[in-house]
Design a protein around this ligand. Structure first.
Ligand code: P6P
Length: 286
């Protein structure tokens, strides 16, 4: 349990960041800045502000050695004798704020390096009608709800063996035919379409509604997928595996990957076991 005591200051700093980010989101000016992130996307003022909030709060934690943000090209050294490297996406799906859809912050907590096998814990916050936080550590996925200014523990999250929701990402005209046939096949089995374009709320819904499949495959325009391994894919992969489901790149567990660069992406499928096995069957011979 020593590690949980060590995790506590980190979790508290993430919770404090989340409360400040919620306030920042409720602002009028959500215009674009003159800056671009490492993926060449023009940053919203809000992206920069949320990145600063998290950097400020996590820098105060003595156990933080390095911070790597999706919004910044290079990682930042913090405390030389710190133990943890934090990879984070400060406000994923931020372009959805101006149409009042849910967005989120995602965190991976690593030791030694940003390889999937070095990730010790992961966390996300979803900013919607309510603010909720999910923390995965030591095989458990714990849900918290922001109430009266504090995050209260709600329950442990577990996935059913088979779900009902289908969240197909990526531009359909750029899907491989076998991927399109798989997605359509699930709809023909009665799965319901649940896709907002925000990774955090889309995956949160599958986790809390018992399961299903979220897919962001390799496409003709994005052959390595779109979602970032260190900041997005690995954190959610730990959460889905600990919740009793799976997370693969089509064939293998994404938690076996070693990114060449901190901003690398990967095709990714997150879901209940039934749906993950369906993906493996379809992708086995491609
Ligand atoms: P598409 C948001 O920009 C994001 O990075 C994820 O939050 C989301 O899952 C994905 O992109 C949506 O991408 O190509 O389906 O619009």
């Amino acid at each position: 349990m020593q590690d949980m005591k060590e995790m506590k200051p980190l979790l508290e700093a993430i919770m404090k960041s989340a409360k400040r980010i919620k306030v920042a989101i409720d602002v009028k000016d959500i215009g674009y800045s003159q800056q671009e992130n490492s993926s060449g996307e023009t940053q919203l003022q809000l992206d920069i502000q949320c990145d600063m909030i998290i950097e400020e709060e996590l820098s105060h934690v003595p156990s933080v050695h390095t911070l790597a943000s999706e919004e910044k090209e290079d990682a930042m050294a913090v405390h030389a004798d710190g133990k943890y490297l934090i990879g984070f996406d400060p406000l994923d799906g931020s372009s959805l704020v101006d149409v009042n859809l849910s967005v989120g912050s995602i965190f991976g907590i690593y030791t030694n390096d940003f390889e999937a096998k070095s990730m010790l814990a992961s966390c996300y916050v979803v900013y919607g009608p309510r603010v909720e936080l999910v923390f995965a550590f030591e095989g458990q996925v714990r849900l918290y709800l922001l109430q009266g200014g504090e995050f209260e523990y709600v329950k442990e999250i577990k996935l059913n063996e088979k779900g009902k929701l289908n969240a197909p990402g990526g531009t359909q005209q750029n899907w491989e035919p076998y991927h399109k046939a798989m997605v359509d096949g699930l709809f023909q089995e009665g799965y319901r379409l649940r896709y907002s374009g925000g990774m955090v709320p889309d995956l949160h819904q599958i986790l809390l509604k018992g399961g299903g499949l979220f897919s962001y495959p390799a496409t003709s325009d994005k052959p390595e997928g779109k979602l970032r391994q260190v900041f997005e894919v690995f954190p959610f992969a730990m959460i889905f595996e600990y919740a009793g489901g799976g997370a693969i790149d089509g064939k293998n567990r994404v938690l076996e990957q070693s990114p060449r660069h901190v901003h690398d992406t990967s095709p990714c499928f997150f879901g209940s076991n039934y749906e993950i096995n369906r993906v493996k069957e379809v992708y086995a011979n491609v």
